[in-house]
Write a new protein. Sequence first.
Length: 361
Amino acid sequence: MREITPDDIEALAVGAWVLGTGGGGSPYLGLLNMRRLYAEGRRVHLMDPDELADDDLVAVVSNMGAPLVGQERLTDSANIGRAVTLMEEYLGRPFRAVMSVEIGGNNGVQSLMAAAETGKPVVDADAMGRAYPEAQMTSFAVGDLKPWPLSLVDPRGIEGIVARVPSWKWMERLSRKMCVEVGSIAATCKAPRTGAEVKRWGILRTTTQAIALGQAIRLAQKEHRDPVQAILDQEKGLLLFRGKVADIARRTTEGFLRGTTRLDGLDDWRGYGFELAFQNEWAVGWLDGVPRVMTPDLICVLDSVSGEAIGTETLRYGQRVTVVALPAPPVFLSPRGLDFVGPRAFGYDLDFRSVFEGRAA
């Protein structure tokens, strides 16, 4: 176990935003919270998953809702901390540690905020290796682990527990309805996990991964090297397209941010067009109408100059952007994993084919 430094947190915010694949909410507000908490003397420690005893209990936390709403209702560490203590009260048992349900976006920082409030360490793991929009889109669901209970906290004093559901999809439906009723954003503590479950089904050491990615981007910026290439080198990714935003259409509905964007090609892609569809996160990309990339491959839209990620809620007309793909965690490439997070899980009549298929290791 080691203390997370202020520089680690700065790097985590940059790396988690890339791994958010357009969603998870901007980590900037979470970063501001962590700067304040550290200035007050709070400290957070990172715990390797192997340090967990099999019967330890781990709180799996996240902000739930539409990223666009997250820009209006600012992140507050007290809410995510309360979601953890509410779950402890319901269970009648304390947690050993906390972890993020998704390392992508602001939820990659949420576990640190919960840890700073509760004094518990953060497990170096998550359940997605990126960000996904729905509760059942996790490695824990792929492992057929129990989806309940769940605690939900709203800053107006609204607190709720989903005590039991018959399936992961029902957990998504019920918790999403609760989230929509409180304004399409809420702090949640997902179904508790044992140390054994985290070690078997978690996506391990993703906090360290996000910090290392952020450090690579920041170093490239400092040394005036291409930060996009630094991302591709760090994550063994692929460059898919460079262009400028020609059109963006989005709407907040049912607790999600949905829409499409169209890019006009620049440089080697001049004369080509690229279209992306999203549900919080980028889901499918088409090059001149032909499917080029799709979930669960990580689709990342980056600022072509800074290399920093651009979210589906912050993309705007005229931006110069680069689209890259990063490899998905293997658990989601299995037939059962694709049932949960493949293109058909998002409503697209496409057979998944990875852009990394046939690529030499």
